[in-house]
Design a protein around this ligand. Sequence first.
Ligand code: GUN
Length: 299
Amino acid sequence: MAEVIDGKSVAEDVVQKVKALTAELSARGATRPGLAVVIVGEDPASQVYVASKSRTAKECGFLSLQHTLPAETTEEQLLKIIGDLNADPSVHGILVQLPLPGHIDSGKVIQTIAPEKDVDGFHFINVGKLGTGELETAFVPCTPAGSMLLIERVRGKDLSGLNAVVVGRSNIVGKPMANLLLAANCTVTIAHSRTKDLPALARTADILVAAVGRPEMVKGDWVKPGATVIDVGINRIPAPEKGEGKSRLVGDVAYAESAKVAGAITPVPGGVGPMTIAMLMANTVASAYLAAGLKRPSF
Ligand code: GUN
């Protein structure tokens, strides 16, 4: 049976380290890290995420600002708020929760965030830095950055000689994940909905990352014996066995059958999920260190 990778515990270690780094920053007389989270509209899932981000920021000792804006907010109004946050020296990280309402151009909003405050890692400058291997100064998107820490716990930092397959080519997870694995010397393949014979390709992977948003798509017989399996998916499916109208969370990997074959695997929930918010805190404290002219801490 595979080792179960405990994302909750690794995320807690990251948060503890962020707390210690925040205390050290104050001890050196620098400004404490500030994180501004902006949410537009009333999407219930987004509200839950944002509340959780603000709570963890406070727990880390950060200045935590939240802008909750009505769904009718214009693009111009939102861009003005971002401009003000860009200019505010007490703010080191700006996160605009996605998705935004349809009348707002998300791309334009993201590119308006100052790259040095872009703790989501979505600005072209940060995407370009990751793509060219400038990892010392890039902000890397939180979910792939967190997935990478989990992989390092199992395999170490140098992944030379290992084959990695990333299933999913999104800008938020698949592409940055592939770039991180490449920077760690993996041989990387990105698979997607047009890939031919995905099961056979997946079986070549020493490291298999699933980020497609399809419940339990990756089957046990797609997994190479001993592989490290990282499941980024969080899908809610009906669970009539728990009672009428009940549901449960599953990943993109059929967990029970894959855990029989893999060397190590992340569960859902409790795998990659908790890492995302922890890495947002890590990026924000890193931004505050850089703003204070100090060496960027590593995680
Ligand atoms: N919505 C879902 N995930 C994310 C994320 O990582 N960042 C932002 N800004 N919005 C999201």
